[in-house]
Design a protein around this ligand. Structure first.
Ligand code: KG4
Ligand code: ZN
Length: 347
């Protein structure tokens, strides 16, 4: 029985991992060697099918994954110039995310791993975002400070070891990406909100007053609900009173407020914990304004910044291969009862 065999798999250095990610609207597959080297990374997005609904529709996403997964995996294998027999393990995102979407990846991964006789490595999507940095800087080793800024999470984390995290703080309400998406909607911008706010913000100025973000007594925690509501109220007030307002200025001011606090808290964590390296992950880390700001502040303070390219910040499977390798080396294998989970703890 496969489930009993899982303890007997030989764990190899530099293992070739086929990774699968299907937690939201990207069907992704990647081949990663030794957790650090991307041999291929394929992403098939169903984003365009969700635009008219203003957000991801779970049922549409699941169907799109079903249609795309074989293609993504076949392309990943072909572009990595390997064959099925070269694969040492199959890593798959089992959570957090949309259940139906996750199940497509999990079922596919189980079937593939079973047929190849290799282990299944279950990977947390959140951990995957953090591990993307290992693909960028081959010498990166814990400890360091990691900033997680995605559609579902916002956190400042001390990565003490590859598999040992201290969460200094996280969001008390909305995630930063969620705030980008909601503010985008009220400004009449299409899904996905983040990149559209960024584009519009380039034409505006930081002149619209925004509420103070959680500092001091908030420690490393974040709160984005107040900021989001302030923007929504500002826009509604202007519309109701027929006052002209500049959408680009609103986007720019919001973007400043939403991202400045991320930079501030990451830098603070370095100081408090005596660390000199910051990494960043999650879709919001693709924001050019945040990237420039964080790069400038780190440079000024002599802090090393590991900034994954944008394509490794938004959802992808290479990051699942990076985290998958860490779990593979620990022998964290699943059996065929592996199930998808909508929520997974950050740690
Ligand atoms: O990490 P991700 O792709 O999925 C989750 O795990 O949540 O993050 C998606 C989030 C969305 O809220 C999206 O609006 C935001 O990342 N995002 C951005 C940018 N690109 C994606 N936010 C701000 N600026 C961007 N350029
Ligand atoms: Zn993500």
């Amino acid at each position: 029985m496969y489930a009993d065999d899982k303890k007997n798999f030989k764990i190899k250095d530099g293992a070739i991992i086929l990774a699968i990610e299907s937690s939201c609207d990207e069907t992704a597959a990647s081949v990663v060697r030794g957790g650090r080297e991307i041999l291929s990374s394929e992403i098939i997005s169903s984003c365009s099918e969700h635009i008219k609904f203003g957000g991801v529709v779970p049922e549409i996403a699941s169907r799109a994954h079903t249609a795309a997964i074989s293609i993504a995996v076949e392309n990943a294998i072909k572009n990595a110039e390997i064959t099925l027999s070269d694969i040492d393990a199959v890593a798959v995102t089992y959570g957090a995310g949309l259940l139906g979407a996750l199940l497509v990846g999990v079922s596919y991964a189980k079937a593939l791993a079973y047929s190849l006789g290799v282990p299944i490595v279950p990977v947390s999507h959140i951990r995957g975002h953090l591990a993307a940095a290992y693909l960028v800087d081959k010498d990166l080793k814990p400890p360091f400070v990691s900033l997680l800024a995605s559609g579902g999470h916002t956190a400042v984390i001390v990565v003490k070891d590859y598999d040992d995290f201290k969460i200094l703080g996280s969001t008390l309400d909305d995630a930063v990406g969620e705030a980008f998406d909601k503010v985008a909607r009220v400004l009449g911008l299409q899904y996905p909100g983040g990149p559209n706010i960024e584009r519009l913000a380039r034409e505006g100025q930081n002149v619209v007053p925004m509420p103070k973000m959680l500092k001091g007594e908030g420690g490393y925690n974040f709160s984005y609900s107040g900021l989001k509501t302030a923007v929504i109220n500002y826009v509604h007030r202007c519309e109701q009173t027929g006052t002209k307002y500049n959408k680009a200025d609103v986007a720019c001011s919001f973007q400043h407020a939403a991202t400045d606090i991320l930079v501030e808290k990451a830098i603070e964590a370095c100081g408090e914990y005596g660390l000199n390296t910051i990494t960043i992950g999650g879709g919001v880390a693709a924001n050019g304004f945040l990237r420039d700001n964080l790069s400038a502040v780190c440079k000024k303070r002599g802090i090393k910044l590991v900034l994954p390219p944008k394509i490794l910040c938004t959802d992808n499977a290479a990051m699942i291969g990076a985290e998958g390798y860490i779990q593979y080396k620990k022998g964290n294998f699943a059996d065929l009862s592996l199930n998808a989970k909508a929520r997974v703890d950050l740690g």
